[in-house]
Design a protein around this ligand. Structure first.
Ligand code: ZN
Length: 252
């Protein structure tokens, strides 16, 4: 079983917007997703941005820009392009485990037609509740595409062998989850947006839309799960990608 880490573009915001020191300083934060190649099938954890967001005229991109944010990505950073380099046909991806329904995690679903989505029940229900979805910026156009959906409540062992286990980490959104992956490469907890980056472990500066108390409790739980060989990979941490990438994005 192999775990790959891929970057689908950059999210542009202020340091403060990502919970980091530096106030209005502009930063670019990676938008990662993960590929798990297991004997029983290929699973993704999140799937990056919708390809429409490459266009500066895209309506949602303009909404982001009006809020002082933006996303950019290159043609070779789409989920399809990454999978092609790994020699994986997007049509044979069996599962997409979604950490949550935000556009930068579910946006690539339109490129993965045959997968079953594995989502926490409370996240999926939030996505279809008009008021809650609006409060948390869950946009149906990105995730309501007719995929099969497997709703889970709490921990879920994806392949039944302990190699990839969903860990509920509510707070960023109502049913946010992380994924713990254990294989010959080590023990990785893919935290996703339960913690944007390493600084947030200290600052505990969470987004204003999120439930801070629940986020604190979730992050404490994830930290407490660490063993000596455990690596936490945060949701959008510039220090964990690029030159310093902790996971391979291609076969060696
Ligand atoms: Zn995110």
């Amino acid at each position: 079983m192999r775990l790959f880490g891929c970057v689908c573009g950059q999210f542009h915001s202020t340091a403060a917007g990502m919970g980091m020191k530096g106030g209005d300083r502009r930063i670019a934060a990676p938008v990662p997703f993960y590929v798990i190649e297991h004997a029983d099938g290929v699973a993704l954890f999140d799937c990056g941005l919708h390809t429409d967001l490459a266009d500066a005229e895209d309506p949602y991109r303009q909404v982001l820009q009006s809020q002082g944010e933006d996303v950019t990505f290159a043609a070779d950073e789409t989920v399809t392009a990454h999978l092609e380099r790994l020699d994986i046909d997007p049509a044979r991806v069996r599962y997409v485990v979604l950490s949550h329904l935000h556009f930068d995690h579910s946006g690539g679903l339109h490129q993965i037609p045959n997968a079953t989505l594995v989502v926490q029940r409370r996240e999926w229900e939030a996505g279809f509740d008009r008021d809650i979805a609006a409060r948390y910026f869950l946009r149906r156009r990105y995730f309501d595409l007719g995929h099969e959906v497997q709703l889970v409540d709490g921990e879920h062992d994806l392949f039944g062998d302990g190699s990839a286990v969903c860990i509920p980490s509510f707070g960023h959104t109502p049913g946010h989850q992380s994924l713990r992956v254990r294989n010959a490469q080590g023990d990785h907890i893919l935290v996703a947006d339960a913690c944007y980056n390493g600084e947030v472990v200290e600052t505990r500066a969470f987004p204003s839309f999120a439930k801070a108390e629940a986020m604190n409790a979730s992050l404490d739980r994830l930290l407490a799960m660490r063993e000596p060989d455990t690596t936490l990979i945060f949701g959008h941490d510039p220090d964990q990608w690029g030159e310093a990438a902790l996971l391979p994005s291609a076969r060696a």
